[in-house]
Write a protein that binds this ligand. Structure first.
Ligand SMILES: Cc1cc2nc3c(=O)[nH]c(=O)nc-3n(C[C@H](O)[C@H](O)[C@H](O)COP(=O)(O)OP(=O)(O)OC[C@H]3O[C@@H](n4cnc5c(N)ncnc54)[C@H](O)[C@@H]3O)c2cc1C
Ligand code: SF4
Length: 325
């Protein structure tokens, strides 16, 4: 690990000023320090934002509002989150380990880096770590890699679980930077790799995530997160699905679906959602719609199994919502 300085700030304005002058923000440190130890990340100056008043979890009208510094464990255990947004709680509990969830913040979770093994091997080609060096995963070990949203320059999946749930629920985020505040959909935070995989998110220099807002509604409570992985805990998703159904009089009025472990960003599947509207919920209906999830899929040598696992996971997740009349 290379030497670095760390400065604590107590106001959002001071944090933005420090971040604008090139200092790197640190919250729980569970991603950043890990990568600094391996010298994948080499910031010389850190700014510790943990003293900022951004840990609140509250209900504003029917929306759930989560401060960027709220810890994963605190959000998952919050009674209002469990009651009103069980999909958020479930996706958080399915991630990492209890110790990590106690440290890790929501803002840091959304900005965590990829888990592609070559990203961490300093002597391997990796366009994300070293732009223009190539992508060792495309012709290498790519069992866990993406089939959707890939490019010839990067095929790594986005690893966050809660991001999948937030994208399914149309959550928005408020960010603040030297030019002021702006709000946009969480889905818009994540960039496709294209030919610039080293550019991962839409934050401008010096911008801080302030909070995430999850709209309430009929979808929120009939929603489930299903994560398929190699081990029952402490493992990233091979495929995951955040599914929600609003069913009235035996017919699906609205459906929400985003998937993880298959896309270079949390992947919303609007074609699958649209195919469910007006139908009576049931396995055959879910299966027919789930086939549309594979539109544009580009499997690699090691991950053809995801073509089978993705639609199956979607069907199971919709069945778990209890939407079957
Ligand atoms: C062994 C292991 C297993 C894991 N398993 C899972 C899993 O199954 N599912 C899952 O979803 N995650 C998993 N994680 C990832 C974990 O959830 C993240 O490491 C954690 O959420 C990051 O939060 P943090 O506060 O520690 O971020 P930090 O490490 O402090 O920061 C991460 C990044 O976010 C930036 N940042 C932090 N806060 C802000 C802010 N408010 N505004 C702007 N930038 C900010 C930092 O500059 C840094 O670039 C795992 C991690 C480990 C180490
Ligand atoms: S998939 Fe992306 S992160 Fe992995 S080696 Fe290729 S460029 Fe790097």
């Amino acid at each position: 690990m290379l030497p670095f300085t760390i400065e604590k700030v107590t106001s959002v304005e001071a944090a933005i000023a420090a971040a604008s002058s090139g200092r790197r923000v640190i919250a729980g440190g569970t991603t950043l320090i890990d990568l600094m130890r391996e010298e994948v990340e080499q910031p010389e100056h850190l700014v510790d934002i943990n003293a900022l008043p951004l840990s609140e979890i509250c209900i504003d009208r029917s929306d759930l509002v989560i401060g960027a510094l709220a810890r994963m464990a605190d959000v998952a255990a919050h009674p209002d989150v469990q009651r009103l947004q069980p999909l958020i709680a479930e996706s958080l509990i399915e991630g990492a380990s209890p110790q990590l969830r106690n440290m890790a913040s929501i803002g840091g979770n959304l900005l965590q880096r990829v888990r592609c093994p070559y990203f961490r091997m300093l002597d391997a080609s990796c366009n994300k770590r070293n732009s223009g060096s190539g992508c060792a995963a495309i012709d290498g070990l790519n069992v866990g890699h993406a089939i959707l949203g890939t490019s010839d320059h990067c095929v790594a999946t986005h690893p966050s679980d809660v991001a999948v749930a937030l994208v399914a629920l149309d959550a928005t985020m408020r960010v603040k930077g030297p030019e002021g505040e702006r709000t946009f959909r969480v889905e818009e935070l994540f960039r496709l790799p294209g030919d610039t995989p080293h550019l991962e998110h839409a934050l401008l220099p010096g911008e801080l995530i302030i909070e995430v807002r999850v709209p309430g509604g009929p979808n929120s409570r009939r929603a489930r997160y299903l994560k398929v992985r190699d081990r029952a805990s402490y493992e990233f998703a091979l495929v995951s699905a955040a599914a929600a159904l609003d069913v009235a009089d035996g017919v699906i009025r609205e459906a929400r679906l985003a998937v993880g472990g298959v896309g270079t960003r949390p992947w919303r599947l609007r074609a699958v959602e649209a195919a469910l509207i007006g139908k009576a919920p049931g396995r055959q209906v879910f299966q027919a719609a789930a086939r549309l999830s594979l539109e544009g899929a580009r499997p690699l040598s090691g991950n053809h199994y995801k073509l089978e696992l993705l639609p199956r996971t979607i069907v199971r997740a919709f069945e778990m919502t209890g939407g079957i009349a």
